[in-house]
Design a protein. Structure first.
Length: 322
């Protein structure tokens, strides 16, 4: 009988302990639960990039495409801004473009470098307040990238990548990493055939070059400078092999006119990326003969020393003035 009573008392005490825990036990359990909640809701350590899917884990490879060994930057705001971005000096890029005389770096290049510099500072230097202006610049030039020079197109791709990553994951921590040094593969014209002809009519010419896309934007400029500019326009043509294409050029406006042609995406500092067509002077009458003949002309050069604008008009070829 005594054994039965003791067994019953033990069972009651055990049940009472489970339903009414002691204050010390309750405090310890509550503290552990709070610690777990804090760990769960707080900022977790960054996981290894290889284990994190999506854009949040994407490493941003910095600009690595250098100018070809045959030349270098020729000065000007665009070249200085490109070199600063290449070096990762985003604050310096912003100063170069913001402090330049308005109009020296034409659109869309100006908006491109302002946007890229601000996106860089926002992504890697803690200046998140610059993201809206970087995104606005990207939207402004999104449809105008064909008018950018070869160098500036690489900056456009960087700006696009930064904006895309930020929009997909605004809180992501972006990592900048240098890549192997590459070489710019820029489209350029090397030869025009024929390289001269009569000024009074439209002429079909054949252009030869390298690194040409299938659809080539061909920029044309007659004369130079704001006062001397006689014509500028843009045509498109198809290149089947990435090297050749044919276009019809407009007539000259007078004797000794010349027409400079360069492709979309040519280097901003390399006049050798374009070619020149020379218009023949009017026919003259040879002394002692009534037969009308054309004066012989030396072969015109296939390149010019005139530096093309860093951006080309985005409209179909038409006469215009700056």
């Amino acid at each position: 009988m005594l054994a039965a009573i003791l067994l019953l008392a033990t069972a009651v005490l055990a049940r009472s302990g489970r339903l009414d825990p002691s204050p010390a036990t309750s405090s310890s359990s509550s503290s552990s639960a709070q610690d777990r909640a804090t760990t769960t809701s707080g900022a977790a350590p960054d996981p290894p990039p290889s284990k994190t899917p999506g854009l949040a884990s994407q490493v941003i490879q910095w600009l690595n495409e250098q100018a070809p060994a045959s030349g270098g930057a020729g000065g000007g705001s665009e070249d200085a801004a490109f070199v600063a971005m290449l070096d990762g000096d985003c604050a310096g890029t912003l100063r170069i473009v913001a402090d330049e005389p308005l109009g020296e770096l034409a659109e869309p290049g100006r908006s491109l470098y302002l946007g890229a510099a601000r996106a860089c500072l926002a992504a890697f230097e803690g200046r998140a307040q610059l993201w809206p202006r970087a995104e606005a610049a990207f939207e402004k030039i999104r449809g105008r990238w064909p008018a950018l020079s070869c160098e500036s197109r690489t900056v456009y791709k960087l700006l696009q990548q930064l904006v895309d990553v930020h929009r997909a994951e605004p809180q992501a921590r972006l990592i900048k990493r240098a890549g192997p040094i590459g070489t710019l593969r820029c489209p350029h014209f090397a030869r025009i055939t024929p390289n001269h002809g009569p000024a009074g009519r439209n002429l079909t010419v054949r252009l030869e070059g390298e690194n040409l896309p299938r659809v080539v934007g061909v920029n044309l400029q007659m004369g130079g400078g704001n006062a001397d500019l006689k014509y500028e326009g843009r045509l498109t043509a198809v290149s089947q092999d990435g090297r050749h294409l044919e276009i019809t050029i407009p007539p000259g406006t007078g004797p000794d006119d010349s027409l400079f042609l360069w492709p979309d995406g040519a280097r901003s500092w390399a006049p050798s990326d374009g070619v020149t067509f020379e218009y023949d002077p009017p026919e003259t009458t040879t002394r002692g003969s009534t037969t009308s003949t054309t004066e012989p002309r030396p072969t015109a050069p296939t390149s010019t020393t005139t530096v093309p604008p860093s951006s080309a008009p985005a409209t179909t070829a038409s006469a215009s003035s700056r």
